[in-house]
Design a protein. Structure first.
Length: 317
């Protein structure tokens, strides 16, 4: 989810006792997340959304055997205030991409690029719909790691400033951003550019300071989890797009399809591996909402069922 209201998330699970909210819950929420409103009318409006969020959280929690949900910073915000539908341009034809080929025969039951040192610490996109830039950087960093054995920290701010094909703080497509990194000859490290500002600024790309490149970027066939695994294993973390309407209240565990409306893709993340728990396979998803969200900034999403649309637009470099 690309949020225009995102701040550093502190997602510790707050108790949801009943379908209705008490004054104490509301006051605790405002204090915990430092919520302030411009007027009594604004607070009343946000309180009504909060009450509805509690009902939604309670519903999902009562129906879930594998994931936990709770009140987060998003509980007083409507989905349409912070969701940006992401859609591939019509001229990108999946059939024209080279057929994905792999030499991998036997994949492990559990695999993660985190433990191998190919994934940087989780970052926070804050109050900018730049999820696509963060997803792009994870893929570029992983591809560069496989080439050099070194983890470089590439600049999301450079992509946000200099990409000409996307919508900056209002969403974008990682595939296009990866194509642009390739076409302009690479990407700069974050300390060679400017620190992340959570807003679009002047492009200061310097080709002389490029520290990483990608040779290409391609879509994988949709709803092909085995090919996704193979691409992750051979090429590093991949970019995916998901429906994040319930991820905003996610606290931990394995998300299932009943928690999502996977027809609308509105958030870009990266898949950095997979695993299995109690017979349930899952993707390991690196988000860009800070390390306090979810499981230290990560989510586990059920594998093989296109959960939340995660297997619909996978991109590798």
């Amino acid at each position: 989810m690309c949020s225009t209201f995102l701040v550093i998330l502190v997602v510790g699970l707050m108790v949801v006792g009943s379908l209705g909210s008490s004054d104490a819950q509301w006051e605790n929420f405002k204090s915990k997340f430092n919520k302030q409103y411009a007027s009594p009318e604004e607070e009343s409006y946000r309180r009504s959304i909060f009450d509805k969020s509690l009902k939604k959280i309670a519903f999902f929690q009562s129906d879930s055997r594998t994931a936990t949900f709770g009140i987060t910073w998003f509980a007083d915000i409507l989905p349409e205030e912070h969701l940006f539908p992401l859609k591939l341009p019509a001229d990108i034809e999946r059939e024209t991409n080279p057929q994905f080929k792999t030499s991998v025969k036997d994949l492990p039951e559990n695999f993660s690029w985190i433990s191998k040192g190919a994934v940087a610490p989780v970052k926070n996109q804050r109050n900018c719909g730049s999820c696509w830039a963060f997803s792009t950087v994870v893929v570029a960093e992983g591809a560069n790691f496989l080439k050099t054995g070194q983890l470089e920290r590439f600049s999301e701010q450079e992509i946000l400033d200099c990409n000409t094909l996307d919508f900056r703080c209002h969403g974008g497509i990682p595939l296009e951003a990866l194509h642009e990194i390739h076409s302009k000859g690479g990407i700069m490290r974050e300390f060679d550019y400017r620190p992340y500002e959570a807003e679009h600024g002047k492009c200061e790309f310097n080709k002389g300071k490029v520290n990483g490149t990608i040779s290409s970027a391609h879509l994988l066939p949709e709803k092909s989890p085995e090919k996704m695994k193979q691409a992750i294993f051979e090429h590093g973390p991949i970019s995916v797009m998901v429906n994040a309407g319930t991820m905003e209240q996610y606290h931990g565990g394995i998300l299932e399809n009943k928690h999502c409306f996977s027809l609308l893709l509105d958030h870009a993340v990266a898949v950095v591996g997979w695993g299995k728990e109690n017979g349930v396979e899952y993707w390991i998803v690196r988000n860009s909402w800070g390390p306090s969200w979810g499981e230290y900034g990560y989510a586990r999403v059920k594998l093989g069922f296109d959960t939340c649309g995660i297997e619909r637009v996978p991109v590798y470099a």
